[in-house]
Design a protein around this ligand. Structure first.
Ligand SMILES: NC(=O)c1ccc[n+]([C@@H]2O[C@H](COP(=O)([O-])OP(=O)(O)OC[C@H]3O[C@@H](n4cnc5c(N)ncnc54)[C@H](OP(=O)(O)O)[C@@H]3O)[C@@H](O)[C@H]2O)c1
Length: 259
């Protein structure tokens, strides 16, 4: 497929690199107004452009990774070239209805919510597709499936997916940062502490993904009665570990919804 990413910022560049490195046979181009900061993408065979109209002319799929307030002006500029193409919007809080209002009926609109780990083929991507469009978007979904997990969800869950899957990367990294800082306090140098904390999170995630059981069952395998793990874990809970995470996730969701 020929895929054009409009908005080569944090997410747009990550999607382009993921497609370039983890899929084959696809052509990928990225647009933004200031190209100088993303010249490095050319090393992965990614084409760059500041001309959205020109870039989308031969595309099969146009991925939007710009800020919500930029969508209307960008679509109105390229609309004549989007007929019979797929527009996949990763724009947070921009509904399918708002998207379709901007597009011609001959354009297939879908919403995708990847996270930035798509660059490493490890995204947790949620997708909303209308029933009638399933067949036409399947080749594109097959590309996303090479870049991590893909879950098709009802659109009413898209804000929740944004929080759990996309914002979730930042929450997990904050855990890693805290574990790293604790690691330094108990004697490791910063690099070693970071390596151990990161790999431990990766290993725990691998266990959860493979075994698909309640995390507490896996925690039971690590906690010896009267041992150091349960002592530390309980102290974290006394200090509000799970509670602060749940409250933070709900606050992020309220923020997206403007509550
Ligand atoms: N970051 C994430 O992890 C993440 C995850 C899921 C969803 N999202 C969503 O993805 C969208 C982008 O987020 P981001 O963090 O990647 O923001 P970002 O880093 O600010 O990227 C947006 C990019 O859009 C470009 N842009 C602006 N106007 C343009 C135009 N007319 N034509 C082409 N490019 C244009 C900007 O570059 P120039 O100013 O140089 O044009 C900028 O690089 C947001 O809606 C966000 O909610 C982000």
């Amino acid at each position: 497929m020929k895929i054009v990413v409009i908005g080569g910022g944090n997410l747009g560049a990550a999607i382009a690199i993921g497609i370039a490195r983890f899929t084959s046979g696809n052509e990928i181009a990225v647009t933004r107004r200031n190209l100088e900061t993303i010249r490095f993408l050319e090393a992965d065979g990614i084409s760059l452009s500041s001309d959205n109209r020109h870039a989308v002319q031969t595309a099969d799929v146009v991925i939007l990774t710009v800020k919500p307030y930029q969508v209307a002006a960008i679509i109105s500029d390229i609309k004549p070239y989007l007929q019979h193409k797929i527009v996949a919007s990763a724009v947070s809080g921009f509904s399918m209805e708002m998207l379709q209002e901007q597009l011609e009926v001959t354009t297939t609109a879908i919403r995708i919510m990847p996270n930035i780990a798509i660059q490493f083929g490890s995204s947790a991507t949620c997708v909303t597709v209308k029933d009638n469009d399933q067949a036409v978007v399947q080749p594109f979904l097959s590309i996303l499936e090479k870049l991590g997990s893909v879950v098709v969800i009802d659109e009413k869950m898209m804000d929740a997916a944004t929080v759990l899957g996309a914002c979730g990367t930042a929450y997990a990294l904050r855990y890693i940062r805290a574990a790293m800082q604790a690691g330094i306090e108990i004697g490791f140098d910063a690099q070693t502490a970071l390596a151990i904390a990161s790999q431990t999170v990766k290993g725990a995630a691998e266990m959860a993904l493979r075994e698909k059981v309640h995390p507490e069952q896996l925690i039971d395998r690590v906690t010896t009665p009267k041992g150091c793990t349960i002592a530390g874990l309980n102290e974290m809970e006394h200090q509000g570990f799970s509670s602060s995470l749940i409250k933070g996730i709900k606050t992020s969701l309220n923020n997206i919804k403007g509550i």
